[in-house]
Design a protein around this ligand. Structure first.
Ligand code: EPU
Length: 422
């Protein structure tokens, strides 16, 4: 993070208008490594133009793949020349999802040497379940010198029982298992929409993945996968962040190109708060006038309330009538934004993994610093709702996951700009 720029927001403007949501970050960062499993070129559409995607382009190229990337349009990957199996420290540190290269390279060539991943520092984030899964399908794994070494003469289908529901573990083992001999069964698998999207992508190449979206996924390995063209699903968390921002600014926003059924946990909470939410096939309209009520939020795996929306949601709750209680059950260190919200006038007490938020009449602009991607989203929401000017330092974290966010917010009437730090 260079930290050479800051984001400036003059708050208090209601967001109004129509905004189109981008392709999903967490699905894109799984689908791009998955192209390595293909035996022909494939094309991916609807990818968001974000730092995590750009990092993966560099990694695929460093492995020898030919990548033709037209941001905002398509990415064509020809993996046939990808003979590398190493992802070094500098590349792996650029994003969390670099660990999907372990599953993809194991599946592709039975060997992977991938440095430990980077990404948001929101807890210890072990990958023991990924390794356990690889071992269950015949791979040897070793952690050495800050990297994971994995190899297998031949991957063979097996049963994997995850001790915790893990999105990353489910995706990583799914990737490797696509090329294993026989059938792999993932038990206690994660059910997030991007798991289903990855399965659809893999199946469009001829893989045989069944049960994605339930807690049992069956993968019958295939030795050869054909080229495909595939568009990733819209971003659930960007959709939710925009819904929250619309409510927080007492606005009226239609978020188009989204999948409303993916948003049910958030929609239910907003309705409980007194926000008006209506939806059609592929759009959600959020309106708020008047006050909103405090609610309790407990983060859960899908279809529960997503941890990735806990942070922006807590910004909205700072001005709710009454006391809200937020319990973060997924990551142990995902409250770093709370201190910054307090700097803006919020009344928040954090006890371990619970935050107690007493609603205040308003937030006031202040200089604040982003510590991770969704903390950045929380500060964006807070800046939009606050009286006066908010300066957000380290806005680069936000660029990891939100495509052209300032342009989108400006199109809805927000007064927001980025400027160099003197
Ligand atoms: N866990 C283990 N062992 C493992 C893997 C996970 O104990 O081997 C634990 C974690 O420590 C955590 C819980 O299981 O307590 C869930 O972790 P999970 O593996 O589901 O999360 P992840 O794969 O590291 C992905 C997203 C996160 C999102 C979580 C939960 C990507 C690249 N990251 O992380 O997204 O919060 O799932 O939905 O897909 C973000 O977008 O801001 C972000 C952090």
């Amino acid at each position: 993070m260079s930290g050479k720029e800051k984001m400036m927001i003059s708050g208090g403007m209601p967001l109004e208008g129509v905004v189109r949501v981008s392709g999903g970050k967490n699905t894109s960062v799984a689908v791009i490594p998955a192209t390595l499993l293909c035996d022909e070129p494939c094309t991916i559409e609807n990818l968001p133009d974000i730092d995590d995607v750009r990092a993966l382009v560099d990694i695929l190229r460093s492995l020898g793949a030919e990548v033709d990337y037209e941001p905002g349009a398509f990415m064509r990957v020809d993996p046939r020349t990808a003979h590398g199996c190493q992802v070094g420290y500098r590349d792996a540190q650029r994003l969390r999802a670099s660990y999907y290269l372990i599953g993809a390279l194991l599946g592709r060539q039975g060997k992977a040497e991938v440095a430990f991943p980077g990404g948001c520092k929101i807890g210890t984030r072990p990958i023991d379940q990924h390794l356990k899964g690889f071992n269950a399908i015949g791979a040897r794994t070793e952690e050495r010198g800050g990297a994971i070494f994995a190899d297998a003469e031949e991957l063979t289908g097996g049963d994997v029982f995850f001790d915790v529901v893990t999105v990353g573990g489910t995706i990583n083992v799914m990737l490797a298992a696509c090329k294993a001999q026989g059938t792999t069964v993932l038990h206690n698998a994660a059910k997030e929409p991007h798991i289903v999207d990855l399965a659809n992508f893999l199946n469009s190449m001829g893989a045989r993945v069944k049960g994605a979206g339930t807690d049992t996924i069956r993968i019958k390995g295939e030795s050869w996968l054909h080229g495909t063209t595939y568009a990733v699903i819209p971003d659930q968390i960007e959709t939710g962040t925009l819904m929250i921002a619309a409510a927080a600014t007492h606005g009226d926003v239609e978020i188009s190109g989204c999948i409303p059924t993916h948003m049910e946990a958030l929609t239910a909470k907003l309705l409980e708060m007194g926000v008006r939410v209506t939806d059609s096939d592929d759009a959600i309209r959020v309106r708020m006038n008047g006050a909103h009520r405090a609610v309790n939020v407990k983060t859960q795996v899908y279809p529960g309330f997503p941890t990735d929306l806990q942070q922006p949601m807590s910004a909205l709750l700072t001005t709710a009538h009454g006391t809200s209680i937020i319990q973060e059950t997924i990551f142990e260190s995902r409250f770093k934004h709370m201190d910054e919200l307090v700097r803006m006038g919020a009344n928040i007490r954090v006890v371990d993994r619970t935050a107690i938020i007493e609603g205040v009449p308003t937030l006031y602009g202040a200089p604040v610093t982003t510590t991770d991607l969704r903390a950045g989203a929380a500060l964006l929401v807070a800046g939009l709702m606050a009286k006066g000017e908010t300066e957000i330092y380290e806005p680069e974290y936000i660029d990891r996951g939100y495509e052209h966010i300032e342009d989108k917010l400006r199109s809805l009437g927000a007064v927001i700009r980025r400027e160099p730090i003197e």
